[in-house]
Ligand binder design. Structure first.
Ligand SMILES: NC(=O)c1ccc[n+]([C@@H]2O[C@H](COP(=O)([O-])OP(=O)(O)OC[C@H]3O[C@@H](n4cnc5c(N)ncnc54)[C@H](O)[C@@H]3O)[C@@H](O)[C@H]2O)c1
Ligand SMILES: O=P(O)(O)OC[C@@H](O)[C@@H](O)[C@H](O)[C@H](O)CO
Length: 381
């Protein structure tokens, strides 16, 4: 069995590649970073180090890597004969992966089973997004019987890796991978430890609106207070209280929307905050806060739950406070952070609120976010 995995970065090697290897797939990593591709091809194995309570080391073998920027044709040839395609490139990069997957499908022997495609990104409906890109490129030639698409929710914290780590990856021991079951019919992919579910919505929303809302809130409050590391930021009682309050608001929404048990949600929140506090993980506010404009967009970790909660008349003060902290995220190395700070200097508060969140000005959340934008602009004047 063979899997082609796009994005040989932190989660690609430290989670998706690892579980595909455990499932018995040969893993062909495809990446645009030439030095990373060379480094992967220079070794016969790499080690995933789990740090924290119960952590173990796992040696991964049976992989190779291709440079999709230098040799897209080779990638298409691998896709043509693969069983599974996965991605972990970031939601905004899926449109660049789509042409390669389509090129592989065009070359695929019609006698082969449908290609099983799963995008493993932090976004609701990421695989749907990839499917729309592929189908759009194919136009009238699209043959829906050649591929199956399943949305997934992946959870494991994999920080940026030290420069001297080679292709080894340090990760937390915890992981969760929920995958839509129905698209696969009787033939799901072999991924030990993953669970297949009929309705992914509660899983992806619980994950994105708890793990990622809490993580990003910690990063933005932490950066504002001068912390570099997530574990240190959460050690600050004032930041802990603000993050916990934001997660109580998202839990209330999840309980109402999906009927999730409040006591189980409280336990889930506690586990997650404990994961963030893992001192062995060396995760930074800069990685976790990366791409703040993506994180402030309509269906993402802040505006997604806050908009839905506001529509239901639920509390959103803590989430709105976290949005305010996100507006202060100022990392010269992050293109979206630079653009956000530029827009704050140049754009009227109401217009910028609409640009960032895509909320209608009549939406009950709109004036609350606009007030945060105006307050941030007042500090810059
Ligand atoms: N790191 C985590 O803790 C974690 C956990 C769950 C989900 N995710 C999600 O996984 C995705 C990747 O995150 P990451 O932390 O591994 O980032 P990363 O930057 O470590 O890895 C992304 C990789 O994608 C590669 N890439 C960029 N453009 C590409 C292209 N066109 N084709 C092939 N490869 C390309 C990059 O070179 C890089 O190696 C994101 O959507 C993220 O939200 C990350
Ligand atoms: O990858 P992002 O930028 O969407 O979010 C940053 C982190 O919150 C994220 O990578 C988490 O570590 C991960 O989602 C944990 O499962």
């Amino acid at each position: 069995m063979k899997a082609v995995h796009f994005g040989a970065g932190n989660i690609g090697r430290g989670f998706v590649g690892l579980l595909l290897h455990r499932g018995g797939y040969e893993v062909v990593f495809s990446d645009v970073a030439g030095a990373l591709v060379d480094a992967i091809n220079a070794v016969e194995s790499y080690t995933v180090h789990e740090v924290g309570p119960g952590g173990v080391d796992t040696v991964v073998t049976g992989f190779r890597a291709l440079n999709s920027a230098a040799d897209p044709d080779a990638v298409a040839a691998e896709v043509a004969t693969a069983d599974v395609v996965t991605t972990a490139v970031g939601p905004t990069v899926l449109k660049f992966v789509a042409p390669l997957v389509l090129a592989g499908l065009r070359r695929r022997d019609p006698a082969l089973p449908p290609l099983q495609i799963m995008a493993c990104e932090n976004a609701i409906g990421a695989t749907d997004l990839l499917r729309v890109e592929i189908v759009g490129l194919a136009g009238e030639e699209w043959d829906a019987s050649r591929a199956v698409f399943a949305n997934t929710a992946v959870d494991r914290i994999v920080p940026a890796q030290p420069a001297d780590a080679g292709v080894d990856v340090t990760v937390e021991p915890f992981f969760e991978w929920a995958i839509e079951r129905r698209p696969f019919g009787e033939h799901p992919p072999v991924i030990p430890g993953a669970h297949f579910v009929d309705d992914l919505a509660p899983y992806i929303e619980r994950k994105l609106y708890t793990v990622n809302t809490g993580h990003a809130a910690t990063a933005y409050f932490g950066a504002l207070a001068g912390f570099d590391e997530i574990s240190d930021a959460l050690g600050d009682p004032a930041i802990h209280a603000r993050v916990a309050a934001a997660l109580e608001e998202t839990s209330e929404l999840l309980a109402q929307r999906h009927g999730l048990d409040p006591a189980e949600l409280a336990e889930y929140r506690a586990t997650i905050l404990e994961r963030f506090r893992n001192p062995a993980l060396a995760d930074t506010v800069w990685r976790v806060g990366r791409q703040p404009m993506r994180k402030l967009s309509r269906h993402e970790r802040f505006i997604g739950p806050a908009a839905a909660a506001a529509e239901l008349g639920l509390e959103v003060d803590a989430l709105v406070g976290a949005v305010g902290a996100a507006l202060s995220f100022d990392d010269p190395a992050d293109a979206q952070s630079v653009e956000l700070q530029r827009l704050l200097h140049t754009t009227d508060a109401a217009e910028l609120t609409g640009t960032l969140t895509s909320l209608d000005s009549e939406h009950p959340l709109f004036p609350l976010v606009q007030a945060q934008v105006a307050a941030r602009q007042a500090t810059l004047a």
